[in-house]
Design a binder for this molecule. Structure first.
Ligand code: PMT
Length: 219
């Protein structure tokens, strides 16, 4: 059977989120958006219509079937994802979302004073977990887990907690994996099944993920 996602709608989150501290500073992370954009291209290449909710990134696409929705904060990413979640056949959470945000965003630039500065943080919405609770029948969801230790156990816990069908583990302990690089090394964990892949270009990693999703939907 020919692999195709024609007629299918895919929602993808990609890139980092920036959580403002004051008008000039934010809490962010090293995500470049490369992994999420590569997954969007791989789905689009197989005929899908893609909604790509992207945090601040230099990545771009000229593919007409990928609609990029640029966002900055986790709250904005959640609001945008929520808009498309209902019509998505597949959701891929590739974004590195800040788990916490400053409780108060200062109106003016915070001035240097004293030797210590404490910024109080509050929990951000967990986009994957929240949308996982309202997953519609037949919808297939793929999360990512970026880990530094106890990788497989942490990823398996996220798979279950966020009601995902599949979680893509990448570890910062593997050279060339995770943030920024053009390459990644992934292990895909499903209920009762683990599939490990070699270090590859993110474009190829994206194809591996898309192929696996297709197999699970049609196998
Ligand atoms: O963008 P690149 O530079 O190419 O790097 C790719 C990547 C390393 C960012 C990507 O491969 C990756 O691992 N993305 C997930 C990073 C992450 O934040 O993982 P996590 O283990 O903290 O989160 C688990 C899952 O929940 C992820 O699918 C995440 O998108 C989602 N999540 C987490 C927190 C939150 N508030 N909302 C979420 O949706």
């Amino acid at each position: 059977m020919e692999r195709s996602f024609k007629g299918k709608t895919i929602l993808i989150t990609a890139g980092p989120t920036y959580e403002p501290i004051d008008p000039v500073r934010f809490i962010g992370n090293h995500s470049s958006g490369k992994m999420g954009f590569s997954i969007a291209e791989a789905f689009a290449a197989l005929g899908a219509e893609v909604y790509l909710v992207a945090g601040p990134t230099n990545q771009q696409t000229n593919t007409s079937t990928i609609k990029v929705i640029p966002v900055t904060t986790a709250d904005e990413m959640y609001a945008a994802a929520l808009q498309f979640a209902d019509k998505a056949d597949v959701i891929v959470y590739a974004a590195a979302v800040a788990d916490y945000k400053p409780k108060v965003v200062a109106d003016q630039k915070i001035k240097k004073a004293g030797n210590e500065l404490t910024i109080e943080l509050v929990k951000n919405v967990d986009i994957a977990a929240t949308l996982g609770k309202q997953k519609k029948p037949g919808q297939f969801s793929v999360g990512f887990a970026l880990e530094t230790n106890n990788e497989a156990a942490n990823a398996a816990e996220k798979l279950q907690k966020k009601n995902l069908d599949m979680i893509v583990l990448n570890s910062l302990r593997d050279e060339g994996a995770g943030f920024k690089h053009d390459t990644n090394k992934i292990t895909v964990i499903e209920k009762g099944k683990t599939t490990a892949f070699d270090l590859k270009q993110k474009t190829e990693v994206a194809q591996d993920i898309v192929n696996l999703v297709w197999e699970r939907l049609h196998g």
